[in-house]
Design a protein around this ligand. Structure first.
Ligand code: 9MR
Length: 355
């Protein structure tokens, strides 16, 4: 590396030092007395960046790999698995006493390019169970919970059972869900097996239809002896939203004996004014309202945001806005805590003070 490049890299690293001093209470410290696990999705690049790694270790009691355990990442070719990046994350977490969620085993997205050329109704079951057996066994004993099936419901697909017309449904039929949960249970009986879904919060008629379909799916899985033990509520929120209906939904899930994790929380600030201070305050308000509702009954066991810093949010790479860049997460581009951080921490402290 040239000296000039070295200097600018060092300066960039300096600029990224998180400002919160060890004396300042972290998210995981605030949540610890309540038993609630808190954390974030993280990437391979983030765990290899000293300042970011330090931030993760300070704030998180649980992490999830944003992309490195998906089909595409772990299965570069039909005859090859590559665990390099996912192993690095698990090692980092182990060293820092952080739990790990596995994301995900079966999804209609992030499939490798070879998949559509090779998969057919005759080999699809074998492809699915082989992946699940290999991956779950590889990480056996190291995973707190697996997102076994991700986003299997889409009411817009107009099926009576609410299932999404995904490659897995087309190749195997609804039974693919049962196959996936049973295979995961066989390979790691200790991981909490989760069904992970978006579009369940906030309240809206569309989300209410999805809640109905998800409750029906959880019931159907139970009837078919598929060990779905937890529901992951993704929580990609947008703007100011009503959440009152969530209490009833959580009650129904609880009645089924299904545990609940908030798995992918962030707040898209697109509807808010461009002024940064105003936007950050409004985003914090949504975090506060949402966590207040979700944590009130002490039923939710974990809260993970979909990233820690605005700098790396998936919304940065996706949204095409007329004005302003997304600021959906608790830390800003320089890894400084934002109003959302303080709102989250306050809600975690409240949860810790509840009987
Ligand atoms: O944030 C993830 C992005 O970097 C990936 O390109 C994308 C496709 O693999 O997945 C994003 O994460 C998604 C998650 O895996 C499932 N729920 C929705 C998330 C945001 O799209």
């Amino acid at each position: 590396m040239l000296r000039r490049e070295f200097l600018s890299a060092s300066l960039a690293a300096l600029a990224l030092q998180p400002a919160d001093t060890p004396a300042e209470e972290s998210l995981k410290q605030a949540a610890a007395p309540s038993g609630l696990l808190v954390g974030s999705a993280v990437s391979y690049r983030e765990i290899n960046e000293a300042a970011f790694a330090q931030l993760i270790a300070r704030q998180c009691s649980i992490v999830v790999s944003e992309n490195d355990m998906k089909w595409k990442a772990l299965r570069p070719a039909p005859d090859k698995f590559d665990f390099t990046r996912a192993d690095a994350l698990v090692t980092f977490a182990e060293k820092n006493g952080i739990k790990v969620r596995g994301h995900n085993l079966c999804w209609h997205e992030a499939l490798p390019d070879w998949f559509s050329k090779i998969a057919n109704p005759d080999n699809a079951r074998e492809l699915l169970t082989n992946r699940i057996d290999t991956v779950v066994r590889h990480f056996k004993g190291k995973i707190h919970s697996w997102d076994v099936v991700n986003e299997a419901v889409d009411v817009k697909d107009m099926r009576a059972d609410g299932l999404r017309r995904s490659p897995w449904l087309n190749l195997i039929g609804p039974e693919y869900l049962v196959i996936a949960f049973r295979a995961a249970a066989k390979s790691d009986p200790d991981a909490i097996l989760t069904y992970n879904e978006y579009g369940l919060a906030p309240d809206s008629s569309q989300n209410e239809a999805k809640r109905r379909a998800v409750v029906a799916l959880l019931r159907w899985l139970k009837r078919n002896e598929a060990p779905a033990q937890a529901l992951g509520i993704q929580s990609h929120l947008k703007g100011k939203s009503p959440f009152a209906g969530l209490q009833h939904f959580l009650g129904e899930v609880r009645e089924l004996g299904v545990r609940v994790f908030v798995t992918e929380l962030d707040v898209n600030d697109e509807p808010f004014p461009v002024d940064i201070a105003t936007r950050d305050r409004m985003v914090a308000g949504v975090y506060r309202d949402y966590l207040h509702t979700m944590l009130e009954e002490r039923y939710v066991e974990a809260v993970l945001t979909w990233g820690l810093s605005d700098r790396d949010s998936w919304l940065r790479h996706r949204e095409n806005r007329a004005a302003g860049v997304p600021r959906p997460l608790p830390f800003d581009d320089r890894l400084q805590p934002k109003p959302a951080f303080f709102a989250m921490r306050e809600e975690f402290k409240k949860a810790s003070r509840r009987d």
